[in-house]
Ligand binder design. Structure first.
Ligand code: ZN
Length: 133
């Protein structure tokens, strides 16, 4: 028996883990930031039910890895990347930033190239800085 090849979901998890471990801590990437919070809610325009709202918090010791998996386990190459939003937030020294991101993944592995996920995520990111009281 040959060893089973990792499937597409295991592969994307491995890549994600690798990126996570290669990321620097928040205090190195944004030394002036003491904490970040991303609040997310989801809206699905397909027949699927909306995933529950989520919140992710980052401390100075957290990895500055701002990609969040799509809540749909079947979704291929999906997810939400907050890297540029957080960059904008911190560079402009804002306390919060709102926006939406649409998942560009494929709905499941049978529908690669055919049907995108298009789950819509609305977010508010809150930042705390060193000089804040
Ligand atoms: Zn998705």
């Amino acid at each position: 028996m040959s060893r089973r090849k990792p499937d597409i979901y295991e592969r994307q998890k491995q890549i994600r883990n690798q990126e996570y471990w290669q990321s620097h801590p928040l205090r190195e990437k944004y030394p002036e930031v003491t904490g970040l919070v991303i609040k997310m809610s989801f809206k699905d325009y397909d027949e699927r039910s909306n995933p529950k709202p989520r919140q992710v918090e980052f401390s100075q010791e957290s990895k500055a890895f701002f990609k969040i998996d799509c809540p749909y386990r079947e979704c291929v190459s999906g997810g939400f990347d907050f890297s540029s939003a957080i960059d904008e937030l911190v560079t402009s020294h804002l306390d919060k930033l709102d926006g939406t991101i649409t998942c560009q993944g494929w709905q499941d592995k049978e529908r690669i190239g055919k049907h995108r996920c298009f789950l819509e995520l609305s977010y508010t990111i809150f930042a705390k800085y060193k000089n804040d009281s």
